[in-house]
Ligand binder design. Structure first.
Ligand SMILES: [Zn+2]
Length: 229
């Protein structure tokens, strides 16, 4: 039976980096995938060489990337919270934003950032998602998985409270090409190898995650919650 999926990403490109192959796998299976971008990606990023990227260009890049992954534009909700400054907002504001989409689309499976990421927006996205999807009686969300984002998850320091130790691996051998095509739509965000956010590094990470579990390519997740009925 087709499922409803929600991906909560801080920035446009996080969804492709973190779970692009998995999104493609869901849409190929007939699942409805919805995506939230909490920020419009305008403003200073931690990587200042990126500079300010026009919101319109960012939006058209995300539309193109998600099209490759099988997600229609109508399934995308972009909030305009400030980039790299989600910690400057009342937490409740971000929670309410995520809650509004959860209430609307009633997802069964939710993907979001990992709590230990270096990027503050990622950490707040995780927290807001867990709060918005708290398992009260009647909650539609049965599974929550956190993904890794190259150039943020791997850049957290050794003293980070939450190490990314994956407990779920999704075979993306068939969807690998779609993931790479989606990332090419975000060419403004991508860097040259050996930057962690380069096409070659992302592909290498997928090969490595696959090899950890005897697959040719995989995306890795931490199971934040899984409820079997
Ligand atoms: Zn991000």
């Amino acid at each position: 039976m087709a499922k409803t999926i929600l991906v909560v990403a801080a920035h446009a490109d996080d969804e492709a980096l973190g779970c692009g192959g998995t999104i493609a796998k869901h849409t190929s299976a007939g699942d409805a995938v919805h995506v939230i971008f909490l920020t419009d990606g305008v403003g200073a990023r931690s990587d200042s060489s990126l500079g300010a990227i026009d919101a319109v260009a960012r939006n058209s890049a995300s539309v193109a990337a998600l099209k490759v992954l099988g997600v229609p534009e109508a399934n995308v909700t972009t909030f305009s919270f400030p980039d790299n400054a989600l910690d400057s907002l009342p937490r409740l504001e971000i929670v309410k934003a995520v809650e509004s989409v959860v209430a609307l689309v009633q997802p069964e499976i939710v993907y979001t950032h990992h709590a230990g990421d270096l990027n503050v927006d990622h950490r707040y996205a995780f927290e807001a998602t867990m709060t918005a999807c708290r398992p009260q009686p009647g909650c539609c969300v049965r599974e929550i998985y956190s993904f890794e984002v190259a150039s943020s998850t791997g850049w957290a320091g050794a003293s980070c409270e939450h190490a990314f130790i994956p407990t779920r691996f999704v075979n993306i051998e068939t969807e690998m090409e779609q993931k790479m095509q989606a990332l090419k739509a975000y060419s403004e965000e991508m860097r040259e190898f050996p930057h962690a956010r380069s096409l070659r590094a992302v592909e290498t990470l997928a090969l490595y995650r696959g090899s950890q579990v005897g697959l040719n390519a995989a995306e890795a997740f931490v199971v934040e919650r899984s409820i079997q009925l």
